[in-house]
Ligand binder design. Structure first.
Ligand code: CP
Length: 320
């Protein structure tokens, strides 16, 4: 049975599932980042493989669309020498009404060792972790608005790569924070790693006021929000999660919150611009910024492979 307090850690404090960044000790986050740094060079080798997950079966269960996360999890598992199975949800028996837990029970009967799960319902990976056998590990690849822990971790890897010391940084997260599991994961990770100045920037309708209780500075003016920042993390408007009119129009949004080269000059001269993707050019970010010298959006994607390798390798080495 999973501990309620630390559902992803065993009694020794080791990671057995990755469900959320919330509640992860700083030492565990740093161990993942350090382990990831040892895997970056695997992608540069002629034979891009290490044997750590040889004989293990990793099942990718993506109940929501994905380009970056699903693909980099598959690449990461293959680089660890695992057998990888991608369930095609649209053609699976989910369409005939099979429940999530019955689907997982049947895949477990096929000797799954690890499930990588993306789901529109917050808590779906936790539910699976509660019901699977003790030797099976679960990785949350994004659940509802709740959490996207490997995106948070690869964002931290990227920030550490370019900025080194978290304890001196100003980081602005800009856009649709209300619906963003990435924002939530980033805020927990930045806070745990000691970032002293975390800002949440966006319209009142898209920035929850209770972030202030987490020590986050809430700001509704973009220019004020990114002034003097070391890192600017831009977010997509998640129209698929919005009910009702939270915004006037995407054109008007760009006028007030779109990141342009001119506005970026308010950040530090060596500021980096991040985005979890997919980007909407001309809505939250101008192409000149997305493709410009401050952008580290594509390096984020590459680092995602090493970070996901690290998470899977660590999980596979720990027992419930
Ligand atoms: N960042 C991210 O989760 O992208 P995908 O939806 O393409 O996986």
């Amino acid at each position: 049975m999973l501990s309620k307090r630390h559902p992803q850690l065993n009694k020794n404090g080791e990671l057995i599932h990755l469900l959320s960044i919330e509640g992860l000790p700083k030492a565990v986050i740093e161990h993942i980042l350090d382990t990831a740094s040892t895997f970056v060079s695997v992608s540069d080798r002629d034979v891009k493989k290490v044997p750590l997950l040889r004989g293990k079966s990793v099942f990718n269960l993506f109940f929501e669309n994905s380009t970056r996360t699903r693909t980099t999890f598959e690449i990461a598992a293959k680089r660890l020498s695992a057998d990888v199975l991608n369930l095609d949800i649209a053609r699976s028996s989910t369409a005939k009404g099979e429940t999530l837990l019955d689907t997982v029970a049947n895949l477990s009967a096929m000797h799954a060792d690890m499930f990588v799960v993306r789901h529109s319902e917050s808590g779906a990976p936790y539910l699976i972790a509660q019901h699977c056998a003790p030797h099976v590990h679960v990785v949350n690849a994004g659940d509802g608005r709740h959490s996207h822990p490997t995106q948070g971790l690869l964002d931290m890897y990227t920030i550490r790569h370019y900025k080194r010391d978290f304890t001196q940084l100003s980081v602005a997260i800009v856009g649709d924070i209300l619906h963003s599991r990435v924002a939530r994961s980033d805020i927990h990770a930045l806070s745990t790693l000691g970032v002293p100045d975390i800002r949440a920037v966006g319209p009142k309708t898209l920035v929850p006021g209770d972030l202030r209780e987490m020590g986050v500075r809430v700001c509704h003016d973009l220019e004020e929000g990114i002034r003097g920042c070391d890192v600017v993390i831009m977010l997509r408007l998640q129209n698929e999660r919005m009910s009702g009119a939270l915004l006037p129009s995407s054109g008007e949004y760009f006028q007030r919150y779109g990141l342009t080269e001119e506005r970026l000059q308010l950040a530090k001269p060596d500021a980096i611009v991040m985005h979890p993707g997919p980007i909407n050019r001309g809505v939250e970010i101008d192409s000149a910024v997305a493709d410009g010298p401050h952008s580290v959006i594509l390096p984020q994607v590459s680092f995602g492979i090493a970070v996901r390798m690290a998470v899977m390798a660590i999980l596979a080495g720990n027992e419930a």
